[in-house]
Design a protein around this ligand. Structure first.
Ligand SMILES: [Zn+2]
Length: 163
C-alpha cells in the first residue's frame, strides 16, 4: 500500500525525513506522498519551503484555537484560509474596535456557532486580512490571511496588500 498523504505534526514529519538519510533512504525512494496536512498547526513560510524542497508535496494546514476548535483551513491553493462553516470572522481595528473594510489588516475576531453554546466575538489575538475575492478552488466563502511574524518583519503591516 502506498500512502499518498501525511496527516500530523510538521516536526514529526521532519524527524522522519532526518532519520531516513542515515539509513540510505530518501523521500524520492519509498515515499509516494503528494500532500501533507498539518491540522491545527500554522506553517511558516520557511518551514513550508523546507517541506516542499525536501518532499516536493503540497502543504496545507488549519488554524485552531482552544477551546473554539477549528476556525479556518487552507484549501491548498495558497496560504489563505477559508473559515470553517460554523465560524463568522470579523477584522477589527486594534484602536477603535470597529469593523474594517475587506483588505485591511486588523484584529481577527471570531464568532463560533457551536452545538451547545456559541462563542461570540472572541479576540483571537492574531492580526489578519479578510478578502472576499473568489478562490480558485470554487469555495465562495471569504478568505483569511493570518499575518505571521515573518510577514510583519519582512513587510510591515502597512505594506501588506490584500490577498
Ligand atoms: Zn480555496
Amino acid at each position: 500500500m502506498k500512502a499518498r498523504g501525511y496527516l500530523g505534526r510538521a516536526d514529526t514529519l521532519l524527524a522522519m525525513l532526518d532519520n531516513m538519510a542515515p539509513r540510505g533512504l530518501s523521500p524520492s525512494r519509498g515515499l509516494w506522498l503528494e500532500k501533507a496536512f498539518f491540522p491545527g498547526e500554522l506553517i511558516s513560510r520557511t518551514l513550508r519551503r523546507t517541506l516542499r524542497e525536501r518532499l516536493n508535496v503540497k502543504v496545507s494546514a488549519s488554524f485552531h484555537l482552544e477551546p473554539l476548535g477549528c476556525l479556518a483551513y487552507e484549501c491548498g491553493h495558497d496560504r489563505s484560509l477559508h473559515p470553517a462553516d460554523n465560524v463568522i470572522v470579523e477584522i477589527l481595528s486594534q484602536t477603535t474596535g470597529k469593523s474594517l473594510e475587506p483588505g485591511s489588516a486588523g484584529l481577527l475576531t471570531v464568532t463560533v456557532c457551536g452545538p451547545e453554546y456559541p462563542f461570540i466575538r472572541v479576540n483571537t489575538g492574531r492580526t489578519a486580512i479578510l478578502t472576499p475575492a473568489p478562490c480558485p478552488c470554487g469555495r465562495t466563502s471569504p478568505r483569511l490571511r493570518l499575518l505571521d511574524q515573518e510577514d510583519e518583519l519582512n513587510n510591515g503591516l502597512k505594506q501588506i496588500k490584500a490577498i
